[in-house]
Design a protein around this ligand. Structure first.
Ligand code: ZN
Length: 93
């Protein structure tokens, strides 16, 4: 059983009994909601002009490369393969 199902079950079963369990379940569900809400990838610039597109949650995953005009060139990860964060690849207006 994954932790989100677990959180839902706790909410359903103990809503009026165990407020700590309910609070913890709320946090777990909030984490799920946050991860499903797409975030812009983070773009790290290095001293040697190297640029890496990484997960916005600082989990250390490199998501993609850029071309020489600093445009994101491919969109292989809809979700971060490590933490599951949804990635928003849309360009800024
Ligand atoms: Zn991540």
């Amino acid at each position: 059983m994954n932790k989100y199902q677990e959180a839902l079950d706790v909410l359903y079963e103990s809503a009026w009994e165990d407020t700590t369990a309910v609070d913890n379940s709320k946090l777990k569900l909030q984490e799920l909601v946050d991860k499903k809400t797409p975030k812009k990838p983070k773009i790290n610039h290095y001293d040697n002009d190297c640029i890496k597109v990484v997960c916005p949650n600082n989990c250390g995953i490199q998501l993609n490369g850029l071309n020489k005009d600093n445009e994101i060139v491919s969109f292989t990860h809809e979700y971060c393969p490590k933490c599951g964060q949804a990635i928003d690849w849309s360009k800024d207006e």
